[in-house]
Ligand binder design. Sequence first.
Ligand code: NAD
Length: 298
Amino acid sequence: MSLLRSLDPLPPGMVYKYFTTTWLRNTRLAEKKKIMDFGLKDKVALVAAASSGIGFACARELAREGAQVFLCSRGAQHASQAAEKIHKETGVDVAGIACDVTSDSAVQAFVNLAVERAGKIDICVTNAGGPPAKTFAETDLDTFRQAFELNALSAIRFAKLVLPGMLERKWGRIINITSVSVKQPIDGLLLSNTVRAGLTGWAKTVSNEVAAHGVTVNNVAPGYTLTERQDYLAEVRAKALGKSKQEIIDSWADQAPIRRMAQPEEIGAAVAFLASERASYITGVTLQVDGGWVKSLF
Ligand code: NAD
């Protein structure tokens, strides 16, 4: 009987009301589901090497999620211009500081300044310019040392300074920008292949040491990403090979199943996710953001 009643047609006015309220409720539910709150509004983020390119995109994505950001690059002017740009767009506090990530004292001063102004550092994104492209025959030992300084020790240096506070507060995120070369070494990029693989081993080991204290350590490995630097490299390569810049860009894009280069903000979005509350059970991983470029399963 009750089943029959539920199948009875509703009077026209009630049909309208029933569908309107159901539609409204479902829409609100969908809206709620769509919003993935990253929980970054009261967080303080430090982003290294961020006046342009991937670093800048990471700083901007974190600011878009409401985090207070301290970014650095070697030159004060470029750093403050980048900070101003992000502040104008997002309205959050962004400071741009001059700091060379290969200098112990400069990084110490940068970290000190952030702690003095914000009271803590919750998120640390390590980044630097890439090492030169060389073969083994062209690479002397000093060049190896410089690459280790720039692309491994720079990240380790930051971690040394920010980890104690994170462990004390039982919350922290360290995210290193590396490269797909750690999963699939790239011919000619000997230094990147060597040094970043070492950093990856370091990150995994440290992630295990701090995981039980609410701190995660992960790497984001970009594939070919259309930054200003990559655009410039395409121009240089085009001239050397007698091709157009677009041909070079297309040749990079075609290496990935997705058939285009990444936009820097696509790398920044992955970093913002790993920095978020929602990534609390992800640690010790290297997340490639490469449009499918890496051919292996893992
Ligand atoms: P980029 O050259 O566009 O930006 C590098 C940023 O680092 C700039 O803001 C620069 O001022 C800053 N910087 C460089 N050396 C520094 C130092 N010693 N101290 C402080 N700041 C410094 O580079 P990008 O394309 O954004 O790449 C960022 C990193 O990601 C690099 O290590 C690069 O090798 C790596 N990567 C890039 C790609 C790509 O396709 N763009 C792919 C894989 C990996």
